[in-house]
Design a protein around this ligand. Structure first.
Ligand code: XMP
Length: 330
């Protein structure tokens, strides 16, 4: 079989925009995977993001229980995410899924770390370590599946982004790669995911950074501030969903900066965090505009967040475009 890194998107390939085209692509990939993998086992780090979820669903269709999915919860996921991965993949698709709750490990390593790049390094490094540990416990794995997509290949060709084959795993873990969505653009991955029956909130979900809520707690991450960012983010997502903004706005989230201000509640002085709301639109993420929310929605969000989330006594809105402000705070 040809080396996977030789597989390129044909210049004349039709853009996958319809269920029929998606189905034909899935059938083709299922046949190719069966041929490549035979009766061997494949390992996949399943984050619950669009790409790895679609890869998992295609592989389950092709080889069922021969696929071993590992979902690492680094404690920085959004509310309900690990539960959804378990429900969709283990309960509904009968996947062979290993769930690792590594929250304490990550948060202990991150304690007191304020530098954003250092935080990212710790999260990325620890992720590989946890994943490699799980892989070593398993016997007979010969393949590693990855959610590499066509823009990743183009960017690494252009030298913009290093494409990490095998996700930076230790050298002795020498797996052959399986990359069924390698030649697809993001919009095509979504059409394929929809055809595979994955839920809309997985297929059409907004971008979410690998370091997760960790970069939305600027400075040193603490468990209480992390909890406040998770809860406020859940309220924001629920309200965007209810108000028809979820599929319309590119990205929206909350940030909990590391300072407190005075407030008053039930006649008593409080000293709590502010919560910043950011909602943006873009096509390429290089330039970003702000989604202006209605007065009614702003009032409702403020009211829900200050009454429902412990530790927050103020809600601020970030109406800054990019440039000069990046999307994330660190
Ligand atoms: P910035 O903050 O650079 O964000 O304007 C642009 C887009 O990239 C996402 N982002 C990340 N994604 N790992 C990721 O996987 C990261 O470390 C990271 N930092 C930013 C951000 O959410 C936005 O969509």
């Amino acid at each position: 079989m040809a080396d996977i890194t030789d597989i390129r998107r044909p210049d004349d390939m039709e853009r996958i925009t319809t269920p029929e085209l998606a189905k034909a692509f899935i059938d083709e990939q299922v046949a190719l995977i069966k041929e490549q993998v035979g009766d061997k086992k494949v390992l996949l780090a399943l984050s619950g993001g669009v790409d790895s979820s679609v890869v998992a669903a295609i592989l389950i269709k092709a080889i069922g229980q021969q696929l071993v999915c590992v979902h690492v919860n680094h404690g920085l996921l959004r509310k309900g995410e690990p539960e959804q991965v378990i429900k969709v993949f283990r309960d509904e698709l009968n996947a062979n899924l290993i769930y690792v709750d590594a929250t304490d490990r990550f948060l202990d390593k991150l304690a007191g770390v304020t530098d954003p790049e250092q935080k990212r390094k710790i999260i990325g490094g620890e992720f590989i370590e946890v994943f490699a540990e799980e892989a070593r416990k398993l016997d007979g794995i010969e393949f590693l599946a990855q959610g590499t997509i066509w823009p990743d290949i183009l960017e690494s060709d252009a030298g913009i982004k290093a494409h990490h084959n095998a996700g930076g795993l230790p050298e002795d873990m020498n797996f052959e790669l399986v990359e069924p969505v390698r030649i697809l653009f993001k919009d095509e991955v979504r059409v394929v995911g929809k055809e595979l029956g994955l839920p809309d909130n997985m297929v059409y979900r907004q971008p979410f950074p690998g370091p997760g809520l960790g970069v939305r707690c600027p400075g040193a991450i603490t468990r209480d501030r992390l909890e406040a960012v998770r809860e406020s983010d859940a309220i924001l997502r629920e309200e965007f969903e209810k108000n028809g903004l979820a599929g319309k706005v590119w990205q929206y989230f909350t940030v909990l900066p590391d300072f407190k201000s005075t407030g008053v509640k039930d006649g008593k002085r409080t000293f709590d965090w502010p919560c910043i709301i950011r909602a943006i639109n873009t096509t390429d993420v290089m330039e970003v505009t702000v989604e202006h929310l209605s007065d009614e929605l702003i009032d409702h969000l403020v009211n829900r967040i200050i009454t429902e989330v412990p530790g927050i006594n103020r809600v601020l809105f970030d109406y800054t475009p990019k440039p000069p402000a990046t999307v994330e705070y660190e």
